[in-house]
Design a protein around this ligand. Structure first.
Ligand SMILES: NC(=O)c1ccc[n+]([C@@H]2O[C@H](COP(=O)([O-])OP(=O)(O)OC[C@H]3O[C@@H](n4cnc5c(N)ncnc54)[C@H](O)[C@@H]3O)[C@@H](O)[C@H]2O)c1
Ligand SMILES: O=C[C@H](O)CS(=O)(=O)O
Length: 493
């Protein structure tokens, strides 16, 4: 039974000053013109903070300040920007446990996962602190005897960011790190469910010496008003969004008026394929990591698990055995494997997908979608067999602890099934035959393919989707390009 006491978050922190509830704008901590909004702990349902609710006018003010601050920030040498970003990385890692505790309290993921996210998010700052010094231009042989051609790369200007609740630290640093490294300034609007993690890293950014106005965080209860300001304000030259494909479409349409450069990290529906020559034990562990990380609330979670007929029953039995040992509970409690879902709405979506599957013939071999007793948004992990393409989870992202097992006969059939979606973010398969590995990796229509692994997250690789899973890439040396403009200089000599 969960502890019924309320979450006393400041008492859990070594440095309670990291728990900020004001907005960070132009180097000042400000209150919201529209009052405050509540942040709740999804494991206990209690209010853990009341955060500044900024008005659209205040967001416009943050953009004005970012516009003014950007020029001086870009005028610093790459090494100066690099050193400040490195200091920020060091401060984040020195406060990893407190930042993880804040993240677990507002989002629910187990503390071990939250601390892992803090390290993952910080890795982007570490990586782009170095990339700042490697933004190279080029010279091109002239097209006439008196012509010399030079190509230079310059920061695009003010970058505006909107991010989701499921990775409240890393989805922001994956954007602001390359932006600041490139010499841009940044105005971020975190998800209203999880603003505390975003504000906490601003406390550390200030301590690291990031100048006023370069990094701004504008929490608000209303997301659409902030989005409209970001998309219509001519001082914003870059919009970077992570979230659902539906909201991505809205923002792309809104940004069209300004012909704004957009990065979109959107929804997914990842296939996880187990061939009959796979290492089944490795595939089971990979499926657990891929499906149940963050309790299934990641854009790259396995949404459909395809198992070749010859190993289907053995895989299902092994997976059921392993998942049955997973502990559901409060993320702040030792030994928790699966925390709460973010909201009751998220629970209902999982329940709808399960009910639809049962109605169409699926069989539950583990769990079920009844909510656990207690104040939190807790569901048991569930596995179903007999999944078919007619079921809702074959086309829609479940975003929860529901693992549907589909059976397939041959490689051509499973490639067609895997690619039959509007999404194209992550995909995974387990196989040993080298020819099969090459052909399947080439045939999958996804931005990311995990081969014999269920975890692909790293700052050194280009993360992003094709089709309606997004535009652009985050991470790797590619990730900084979206914050740069290329200028061609033609010199007559
Ligand atoms: N591709 C990726 O890297 C990635 C990473 C994490 C999550 N996601 C996707 O995000 C979704 C889950 O997150 P979510 O539920 O927060 O998504 P969401 O799209 O509902 O919300 C994302 C963010 O956009 C804001 N928002 C919502 N409507 C808006 C509007 N009209 N204008 C401006 N902002 C608006 C929200 O408040 C939130 O901050 C899933 O589809 C998941 O796949 C993708
Ligand atoms: O939910 C989406 C995240 O991008 C997942 S990952 O941690 O970056 O793989």
């Amino acid at each position: 039974m969960l502890d019924q006491t309320e979450t006393n978050l400041p008492s859990l922190l070594d440095d309670p000053s990291l728990l900020q509830t004001k907005a960070y704008v132009n180097g000042e901590w400000i209150t919201g013109a529209d009052g405050e909004f509540e942040v709740t702990n999804p494991a206990r349902g209690d209010v853990i903070a009341r955060v500044a609710n900024l008005s659209r006018a205040q967001v416009a003010g943050a953009i004005d300040g970012a516009y003014l601050a950007q020029k001086a920030w870009a005028a610093k040498t790459a090494k100066e920007r690099s050193q400040i970003l490195r200091k920020w990385f060091d401060l984040i890692m020195a406060n990893q446990k407190d930042l993880g505790t804040i993240l677990t309290a507002e989002m629910g993921k187990p503390l071990t996962e939250a601390m892992g996210e803090i390290a993952y998010g910080a890795s982007f700052i570490e990586f782009y602190a170095e990339e700042a010094k490697r933004i190279y231009g080029e010279t091109i042989p002239g097209h006439a005897p008196d012509k010399r051609i030079m190509v230079m790369k310059q920061p695009i200007g003010v970058a505006a960011s909107i991010t989701p609740w499921n990775f409240p630290n890393a989805m922001i640093t994956r954007k602001c790190a390359p932006a600041l490294a490139a010499g841009c300034s940044f105005v971020g609007r975190p998800a209203s469910e999880t603003p505390l993690s975003a504000l906490a890293i601003c406390v550390l950014a200030e301590r690291a010496g990031i100048p006023a106005g370069v990094l701004n965080m504008v929490p608000s209860a209303s997301s659409s008003e902030v989005g409209k300001e970001f998309c219509s304000n001519p001082k914003v030259r870059k919009l970077t969004f992570t979230g659902s494909t539906g909201v991505g479409r809205i923002l792309l349409a809104q940004a069209a008026d300004q012909v704004m450069k957009c990065s979109m990290e959107l929804g997914g529906n990842a296939p996880f394929i187990v061939f009959d020559d796979a290492d089944l034990d490795a595939a089971v562990q990979g499926a657990i990591m891929c499906k149940f990380r963050n309790n299934g609330q990641t854009c790259v979670c396995a949404n459909r698990i395809y198992v070749q007929a010859g190993v289907y029953d053995e895989f299902a039995a092994k997976l059921k055995e392993a998942v049955s040992k997973m502990k559901v509970g409060d993320g702040l409690e030792e030994g928790t494997d699966l925390g709460p879902l973010i909201t009751s709405k998220a629970i209902r979506k999982v329940q709808e997908h399960l009910a639809d599957a049962k109605e169409k013939g699926a069989e539950i071999i583990l769990g079920g979608a009844e909510q656990l007793q207690g104040p939190g948004n807790f569901l048991r992990p569930t596995i179903v067999t007999g999944a078919t393409r007619e079921m809702q989870f074959a086309t829609d992202e479940t975003f929860g602890p529901l693992a549907p097992l589909f059976k397939f006969e041959d490689v051509d059939e499973v490639i067609e099934l895997a690619n039959d979606t509007i999404f194209g973010l992550a995909s995974y398969f387990y196989a040993k035959d080298l020819s099969r590995v090459y052909k399947v990796a080439e045939a999958l229509e996804y931005g990311i393919v995990g081969v014999n692994t269920g975890i692909i997250s790293t700052e050194v690789a280009p993360f992003g989707g094709v089709k309606q899973s997004g535009l652009g890439r985050e991470g790797s040396h590619h990730g900084i390009e979206d914050y740069l403009e290329m200028k061609y200089v033609c010199l007559s000599v």
